[in-house]
Design a binder for this molecule. Structure first.
Ligand SMILES: NC(=O)CC[C@H](N)C(=O)O
Length: 305
């Protein structure tokens, strides 16, 4: 463990001493207020060894990282029937793109782009009486009941400018791929994206996807192994939108980014690691997060390929 700690510290210090590039996502007014120089990393091994550095305990807006959690919950209950409504192919397009939906009859390419995540929200809305509470309980069950919550200021802030997501949602409805009213689905989507977690919360929470026989504190398995494997496969191929190939190439792990500047990545049967740094590259992924993880998997020789 010492050497992993040492390595994380070295890479962290090294990247911190270099110019920080990119820009904070300011299209969501609340997110524009975040200090762009925040930088945190937290590592959790499947044996439970942990190490954090920098702002690893500060909660931030996890945004699209939440899409993996809602997908896991929906897949757990809905099973393979959900793949009739959302695909599992990389889109090669930005996360909020509308272009493929018309050609592909309203079936989004995958559940990690906005259109696909909106369909997943619709599935949860139809299945549960209190879907937001259900999602939060699910997350608490995987992160040892730590304090995590939605930030309703961020949700409202996104709603005030969420025109593209309104368009996506209405379009899905017109193509018959939403059961609920677009307004309700969007409220759920924006609130889900407003979830706040720290790097420490995230790397602990994602162990259920890294570890085949993961059991939470109550001794429960969260997802059957084959389902967890498939969620990982979707993260590997679709977790970084039109930079998914690049992340696979450079970092070589399943992972997911969010416009709040967070990235979670995991190595099956070894560890889960979260990085937060709000400045984003032009594809909307954390500049330092990508750099850190590339260095980390190169120097630990844990690129999966
Ligand atoms: N990539 C992201 O994190 C995008 C999520 C954000 N809530 C949006 O829909 O624009």
């Amino acid at each position: 463990m010492d050497s992993v700690e040492q390595l994380i510290k070295e890479i962290y210090d090294d990247i911190k001493s270099q110019e920080n590039k990119g820009a904070v996502a300011d299209y969501i007014p609340e997110l524009a207020k975040v200090d762009p120089e925040r930088f945190g990393v937290h590592y959790t091994s499947i044996e439970g060894n942990e190490f954090g550095i920098g702002d690893y305990q500060t909660k931030f807006s996890i945004q699209s990282i939440a899409k993996v959690l809602s997908l896991s919950l929906a897949y757990k209950y809905e099973g393979d029937a959900m793949w009739d409504r959302v695909g599992v192919e990389p889109s090669g397009n930005p996360y909020n793109s509308l272009v493929q939906l018309e050609d592909e009859n309203g079936i989004p390419r995958n559940p990690l782009i906005n259109a696909g995540a909106i369909v997943v929200c619709d599935i949860l809305l139809s299945r549960f009486e209190h879907p937001l509470r259900e999602l939060l309980d699910f997350i608490k069950s995987i992160c040892d009941h730590e304090e995590v919550d939605y930030n309703l200021f961020v949700a409202r802030s996104e709603k005030s400018i969420g025109y593209r997501n309104v368009a996506l949602c209405n379009y899905l409805k017109s193509l018959d791929n939403l059961e609920n009213e677009p307004e309700d689905v969007l409220d759920f989507y924006f609130t889900m994206c407003s979830l706040e977690m720290s790097c420490q919360n995230l790397s602990r929470a994602f162990l259920f996807l890294a570890c085949d026989d993961f059991r939470n504190r109550e001794g429960k398995q969260i997802l059957p192994i084959m389902k967890a494997n498939r969620v990982n496969a979707i993260m590997q191929t679709c977790g970084f939108y039109d930079e998914s190939g690049e992340f696979s190439f450079r970092v070589g792990l399943p992972g997911k980014s969010g416009v709040g500047g967070g990235i979670i990545a995991l190595h099956p049967e070894k560890y889960s690691i979260a990085v937060w740094s709000p400045r984003l590259n032009e594809k909307g992924n954390s500049y330092r997060g990508m750099r850190f993880l590339e260095e980390f998997t190169s120097r630990t020789n844990s690129h999966l390929f």
